[in-house]
Design a protein around this ligand. Sequence first.
Ligand SMILES: Cc1cc2nc3c(=O)[nH]c(=O)nc-3n(C[C@H](O)[C@H](O)[C@H](O)COP(=O)(O)OP(=O)(O)OC[C@H]3O[C@@H](n4cnc5c(N)ncnc54)[C@H](O)[C@@H]3O)c2cc1C
Length: 366
Amino acid sequence: MKLVCEKNKCAGCMACVDACPAKAVTVRDEVKCFNAVIDESKCLNCNLCHKICQQKNSPVHREPIYWKQGWSNSEETRKTSSSGGFAYELMKTFVGRGGYVCSCRFDKGLFTFYITNKIDELRSFSGSKYVKSNPVGIYKQIKELLKNGQQVLFVGLPCQVASLINFTNNNPNLFTVDLICHGTPSPKVLESFLKSKKIKLNDVEHIAFRTGDGFMVVPDGARLAGGNGQDYYIIPFIDGDSYTENCYSCEHASINRVSDITIGDSWGSKLPDEMKKNGVSLALCQTEKGRKLLEESDVTLYDVDIDAAKASNPQLVGPSKCTGHRDKLLSGVAKCIGYNSIIRRTYTKRYYRSLFRRVCRKIGLK
Ligand SMILES: Cc1cc2nc3c(=O)[nH]c(=O)nc-3n(C[C@H](O)[C@H](O)[C@H](O)COP(=O)(O)OP(=O)(O)OC[C@H]3O[C@@H](n4cnc5c(N)ncnc54)[C@H](O)[C@@H]3O)c2cc1C
């Protein structure tokens, strides 16, 4: 089988699918890993897929030149965003300058990408989606806009940003914002979890992974478990067990980045709790054009200690590490075993602790 990049190390960024003029590349989601497979009967040996693959040819990683923490000046934006709302404000400024913005949104069961130059459509991007998103088709559209002299801001995962830079030959009209990223699970893990709750992802209209109460999966406003970090999707996500293979050797999990701006949570913030309670974003700017965009945006900025930020945000230092549970968890999902039963067998103590809490709540003990 001919593959675009090293076996089981595909990030699922889909740029090779967009690059192939013969439609010879298919990306296979095998739950534990993705693989970009080349159909040799169609392949023209043009090597475009290899050239743009960020796994094989990563763009230059640069040190940040400027770093700040802070939040959007709009209370509504801060409320609807996962951290302090930097992503929304950067996009708004960019559209205000006459540019186009591309980012990820949940639409008809899929985590796809969309391009707009309308401010009133930007809210549809808000919120972290703790799952591997699918940018197929978007690389070509962005390249076309750039070719026509438009400026485009892309907000996405670091691997997607890296491939887009390759795909567009580092076009100066492209602006990129990447997220500090723990790692991403195949959407099949989410589907399996939701199935255990008798919910089909395809039937969900809106899904959140973070609320004011913390990390949890909330489809169409329905809370599926107790509190912060307690649902069976979030437990392996936070433990670092549910990601695809490539994430554990991700070279973007570093303080040096490929994007103009990197955003995440300002976990190491020393600001008073009262100021932090509605979310604090962290921004690292690697380029002057990134710095200018941040400074022009409608945000309040505070100094941040970059060493404290690195110490509290391990993915600025290196890739996530999994626990010994990963194999059992993902093999179970790949074999379509019921999700509750996978969790019972894999995270046994936590499964029974959570069951005990649920029973107590039901009989009014808590
Ligand atoms: C999988 C994942 C892992 C993360 N891990 C960390 C971490 O370890 N440490 C940390 O500090 N921050 C992490 N973040 C980033 C954090 O959750 C916030 O998204 C970030 O701080 C931006 O917050 P915000 O309030 O500015 O914007 P938000 O309202 O959160 O908007 C985020 C922007 O990113 C886009 N986006 C969201 N999910 C995806 C996705 N799956 N694929 C592509 N684009 C997406 C949205 O479309 C939107 O444009 C992670 C995010 C994701 C998606």
